[in-house]
Design a protein around this ligand. Structure first.
Ligand code: NAD
Length: 258
C-alpha cells in the first residue's frame, strides 16, 4: 500500500463487520469501528496494539443522521480523510405483511438503507477532494431476490443496490467506486436469532431450520464464511478494482444462480 489508508466500517463490533474490520487491520489500514455492542472501545484498543494501526470506536446510531455526520467529520479530522466506507450495519425482522409492525419497517429502512445515504453524503467531499474513494455496501442475496415474510429487509436491500448503482455513476468522474456485496447466509448473531425464531414458529429443530429452510436455496449447502466477504471487501478497496463499479456481487453459494 502506497500510504496508510483509512476505512470506516459500520456495525463492525459483531459478525461480518468485525471480520471486515479485522481483514483491513491486518493490511495496515487505520480503522473507525462502529456498532451497538459494548466491546467497541476495547476492540479498537486491541486492534490498534495488535496490528500497529490507529483505531477508533464511534458508537453513532445508524438512526441518528446528526451522529453519523459527526462521526465522519471527527474521523476526517483525525485521519485526514476517509478512503473506504463500508456500509455494513443491518437488522432483520421476520413477519407476514399483515402483522408487520410499522416501527420495525421504519427501523429496517433506516439502519439498512438510509444510513448509507447519510454516510455516503458525508464522506463524499473527502473522497472527491483526494480523487479516490471506495464505497462498499453490504446488501444481501435478498437485494436480488425475495423471500416471504421479509418485506422490509428485502425492500431495503433492493434499495441499497439501486443506491449503489447511482453513486457509482456519480463517483466515476472523481475516482470513487461503489459496489454492493450480496451474501447468502452467514452464521452470525443476526442469523442465530432467525434460526431460534423459525424453530419456535415452525416447531422444528434448529438443525432442521438450517437444512430445510435457510440453506435450502443455496446450492452449496454451507454457510458463507464471513472471512470470504472480508476478502472481497479488501479486493474492492484495492487499486486492482479501480474499474469495478456499480456492481452487485453475489457470494451466496449459488442461491441466485437459480
Ligand atoms: P450482526 O447482528 O452480527 O451485526 C450487525 C451489526 O450492526 C452489529 O455490530 C450491530 O451493533 C450493528 N447495528 C445494528 N443496528 C445498529 C444501529 N442502529 N446503529 C449502529 N449499529 C447498528 O449481523 P451480521 O450478520 O454481521 O450482518 C451484517 C450485515 O450483513 C447486515 O447488513 C446484514 O443485513 C448483512 N447480511 C447478513 C447475512 C447473514 O446471513 N448474516 C446475509 C446477507 C447480508
Amino acid at each position: 500500500m502506497m500510504q496508510k489508508r483509512t476505512v470506516l466500517i459500520t456495525g463492525s463490533t459483531s459478525g461480518i463487520g468485525l471480520s471486515i474490520a479485522t481483514a483491513f487491520a491486518q493490511q495496515g489500514y487505520n480503522l473507525i469501528l462502529n456498532g451497538l455492542e459494548a466491546n467497541g472501545p476495547q476492540l479498537a484498543e486491541t486492534m490498534a496494539a495488535e496490528f500497529s494501526i490507529n483505531a477508533d470506536f464511534d458508537p453513532a446510531n445508524m438512526l441518528d443522521p446528526a451522529a453519523l455526520r459527526a462521526m465522519v467529520s471527527r474521523a476526517g479530522e483525525k485521519f485526514g480523510g476517509i478512503d473506504v466506507l463500508v456500509n455494513n450495519a443491518g437488522i432483520q425482522y421476520v413477519s407476514p405483511i399483515e402483522e408487520f409492525p410499522e416501527d420495525r419497517w421504519d427501523a429496517i429502512l433506516g439502519v439498512n438503507l438510509t444510513s448509507a445515504f447519510h454516510l455516503t453524503k458525508a464522506v463524499w467531499p473527502f473522497m472527491k477532494k483526494q480523487q479516490f474513494g471506495r464505497i462498499i455496501n453490504i446488501a444481501s442475496a435478498h437485494g436480488l431476490v425475495a423471500s416471504e415474510y421479509k418485506s422490509a429487509y428485502v425492500a431495503a436491500k433492493h434499495g441499497l443496490i439501486g443506491f449503489t448503482k447511482t453513486i457509482a455513476l456519480e463517483g466515476a468522474p472523481c475516482g470513487i467506486t461503489a459496489n454492493a456485496i450480496c451474501p447468502g447466509y452467514v452464521k452470525t448473531a443476526l442469523v442465530d436469532k432467525q434460526i431460534a425464531d423459525q424453530a419456535r414458529t415452525h416447531q422444528l429443530s434448529e438443525q432442521d431450520v438450517v437444512e430445510k429452510i435457510l440453506l435450502a436455496k443455496q446450492a452449496l449447502k454451507q454457510f458463507i464464511p464471513a472471512e470470504s466477504i472480508a476478502a472481497l471487501c479488501l479486493f474492492l478497496a484495492s487499486e486492482s478494482a479501480a474499474t469495478l463499479t456499480g456492481a452487485a456481487l453475489p457470494i451466496d453459494g449459488g442461491w441466485t444462480a437459480q
